[in-house]
Design a protein around this ligand. Structure first.
Ligand SMILES: Nc1ncnc2c1ncn2[C@@H]1O[C@H](COP(=O)(O)OP(=O)(O)O)[C@@H](O)[C@H]1O
Ligand SMILES: [Mg+2]
Length: 253
């Protein structure tokens, strides 16, 4: 599902932020990306989302090698991976509904089915009834949920979120995590970068820890490419994934 083999990343001619990173995440896992500020958590997520190229090594996402991905397959990657960045990039001159419609509109999706998908996505994150509001009128937690709705409207197989609870109080942070948990329960592979060890420990079953110059996987080192699934991913990824992101999350409060 996601596989890093000997991945290095530096920006320009700078030092390696990530050096020789190896891991594999199976479908349906819930992974916590931890580490101090500046260690490279955001960089790791951007590599998975195809928002930054690796400097060296191979990254596979959903069976596609990102460095070999032809331009025509880029939209496929954008649909496969829902990305929630630290800056939510919401459009403050559009309604909540229009923000969620945007990814579908960009793809030329027919309006009627796009609208019903957008409403379903808003419903899944508990924002039904706030469709017409401007993001500026929403609380921090609601804005974060709106960003999640926009990320899941394409029904991605993978969700990556960068510090989604960073600016939220405890209750709202938990609420956001419950939304992710609900998507993960219907099969969406979920990776979340966060500082909040305690909160994440309650949700994630695996931790990828990045420290300057050091990388640790709570599942142990990656197995060789042809050695089958990691042995130490108990009970995860066993269920068949039906409609990613559109099972029955819902009870997210
Ligand atoms: N676009 C960029 N250009 C140059 N350096 C960058 C860029 N993005 C991040 N960095 C540097 O890479 C390092 C890791 O950053 P980041 O991945 O954002 O870490 P984290 O998310 O763990 O705080 C930092 O030293 C940061 O300054
Ligand atoms: Mg970061």
């Amino acid at each position: 599902m996601i596989e890093f083999q000997h991945v290095f990343k530096s920006y320009g001619r700078g030092r390696n932020i990530l050096a020789d990173i190896n891991f594999r995440v199976s479908a349906g896992e819930f992974v916590f990306v931890s580490g101090p500020s500046g260690a490279g958590k955001s960089t790791l997520l951007k590599l998975i989302g195809g928002l930054e190229p690796a400097s060296r090594g191979s990254i596979q996402v959903n069976g596609q090698r990102l460095d070999k991905l032809p331009a025509r397959a880029r939209p496929y990657l954008r649909r496969a991976v829902g990305v929630i960045l630290q800056d939510t990039h919401l459009l403050f001159d559009r309604s909540a509904f229009e923000n969620v419609m945007l990814p579908l509109a960009v793809q030329g999706h027919p309006w009627d089915s796009a609208a019903s998908r957008a409403r379903a996505a808003l419903d899944k994150v508990g924002l039904s009834g706030k469709e017409d509001m401007n993001p500026i009128e929403l609380s921090g937690g609601e804005q974060q949920r709106l960003a999640i709705a926009r990320a899941i409207v394409n029904r991605p197989a993978i969700l990556i979120a960068d510090e989604p609870t960073a600016n939220l109080d405890h209750d709202n942070a938990q609420r956001i995590m419950n939304v992710f948990r609900d998507f993960n329960r219907v099969g969406v592979t979920t990776l979340i970068a966060s500082h909040d060890q305690d909160l994440m420990a309650r949700y994630a079953s695996r931790t990828l820890r990045i420290d300057p110059g050091k990388f640790a996987d709570s599942n142990g080192p990656a197995s060789p490419p042809d050695a089958g699934q990691p042995q130490s991913a108990p009970a995860r990824a066993s269920g068949a994934r039906a409609e990613p992101g559109f099972g029955h999350p819902g009870e997210s409060a």
